[in-house]
Design a protein around this ligand. Structure first.
Ligand code: BTN
Length: 304
């Protein structure tokens, strides 16, 4: 198989879902630098990333089929197209480079080619509370990142950003792909080994490599994310995720400003936690404790 062509990898379902991530992560760290693999300081090509993930992944549904494209406009767009063409739930669309990567609130998502994780997963839901999926997904990504780097803290910023030492290293974009919302596309971008960011992002964005000082194995991280994602998303009836989320929630019990970019307005208050439907519980002196469903958690209001 060549990196120049679309790679589609089919895997049979695996029954043993016990996390192999740490073991795999350690093995691949050793593997890096041997004559079998890339030297420390280098990243692996997409083809190898996909093949290694396909061998190591312990999931039932997510990643059973991986479609890898060297370059696309947006993996979320590709996944929606896949749904139209009959792709099954759990199919993952992975790329090394997006020309029009999309972020939350109509923003763009840019990432240097070949150094990061950029992928979208088709999710099928039967559960009633769709609105908490971004938070459960963020927790899965956060936990995988936490295993991959030794630096702390690794936190989730409501609703679904992952931060290392207060800087964003990963974001998620969830989009409905069918009118009844039973099919969703969850796009995930993780800054893994990129070491330079544009001046406007330098203060707020980071990567696993920048924080830890080590090249991080993208294949191991990819598997770790998908395995945790499957556990967090498929077990929709448990509310355990709420306890886990609040434990690692950025600025919980602290004062923040929730900024609404479309209205250019904001409300300030203390983060009290989250509701089961994914809302942010924010207590302000004027309004008391209220649930919010949109907005940017910030410690300062962005300049106009
Ligand atoms: C955000 O924090 O604003 C969300 C960023 C989501 C980016 C990912 S990268 C893979 C997928 N494809 C896209 O176009 N966007 C998501």
């Amino acid at each position: 198989m060549s990196v120049e062509t679309r790679l589609t990898i089919l895997r049979s379902p695996h029954k043993n879902r016990s996390s192999s991530f740490r073991r795999f992560y350690n093995i691949t760290r050793l593997y890096m630098g041997t004559s079998d693999g890339p030297m420390i300081g280098q990243d692996i090509p997409l083809e190898e990333l996909t093949a290694r993930a396909q061998r190591a992944l312990r999931t039932r549904v997510l990643g059973r089929r991986i479609v890898a494209e060297p370059e696309v406009d947006s993996t979320n767009r590709l996944a929606r197209e896949g749904i139209r063409d009959g792709a099954s739930a759990g199919t993952v669309y992975l790329t090394d480079h997006q020309t029009h990567g999309r972020g939350r609130l109509g923003r763009s998502w840019s990432a240097e080619p070949g150094q990061n994780l950029l992928f979208s997963v088709i999710i099928e839901t039967a559960g009633p509370v769709l609105t908490n999926i971004p938070l459960r997904a963020a927790l899965a990504v956060r936990d995988a990142v936490d295993v991959a780097v030794s630096v702390k803290p690794v936190e989730v910023k409501w609703p679904n950003d992952v931060l290392i030492r207060g800087k964003k290293c990963a974001g998620m974009l969830l989009e409905a792909a069918s009118s009844d919302q039973s099919r969703l596309v969850l796009g995930i971008g993780v800054n893994v080994n990129q070491i330079s960011f544009s001046p406007e992002h330098r203060e707020t964005a980071t990567s696993l490599r920048l924080e830890s000082g080590d090249v991080v194995d993208r294949a191991a991280l990819f598997c770790g994310i998908l395995e945790r994602l499957e556990l967090r998303l498929l077990n929709a009836t448990s509310t355990r995720w709420m306890v886990d989320y609040e434990k690692v929630m950025y600025r919980r019990a602290e004062d923040i400003t929730l900024y609404f970019p479309e209205r250019e307005s904001s409300v300030s208050g203390t983060i009290r936690g989250i509701a089961e439907d994914g809302a942010l519980l924010l207590e302000s002196p004027e309004l008391g404790c209220r649930a919010y469903y949109a907005g940017d958690v910030t410690t300062r209001i962005p300049e106009a």
